[in-house]
Design a protein around this ligand. Sequence first.
Ligand SMILES: [Zn+2]
Length: 189
Amino acid sequence: MKAKSGDFVLPGDILGVSEEFLPADWTCDDNGNIKALVIGTVDLDDKNKRISIIPQTDSPAELKKGMDIVGQIMEVRGQRALVKIKGIKDNPRGLVVSFVGGIHVSQAQKGYLAKLTDAFHIGDIVEAKITKTVGIDSIDLNTSYKEHGVVKAMCTRCRHYMKQSGKNEVTCPNCGNKEKRKISINYAV
Ligand SMILES: [Zn+2]
């Protein structure tokens, strides 16, 4: 396939070959083929030999306020935990582009939370609700409901996944370490 400007494309569609064109916005080079990363229309810049996609919406491709997502904690710093969003809950289709969301300390659980590290640590798998999307790099998440929060906790000492041992506590079966979390009722073990 060789795409023309205005063609409607889906993620994974081949738009051209990288010998002829450069991937630009929302496209990538996959083994010599330029592929679409999002749903949208092709914008072919013949002069500069660049292929871009104009996304169908200007908010994150498939992520919308109110959706439940599954993600992994990348960083916990100060007032905000960063989450790499891996997918939409109960939707087997993965996201084509990965997005990063943030959980503010006030949105982590009901009631007061002294520090975010009492709720999350790097490597934890979490389920959360999207409360706001602004552009593609600002997604606010909330885990205060009982069905949201950590579903798999990673031991900060030995990187093993931990077992739930209390309402807000997990224990590592490998090293015996106990840590606090904001645990979802859907905790995996
Ligand atoms: Zn451990």
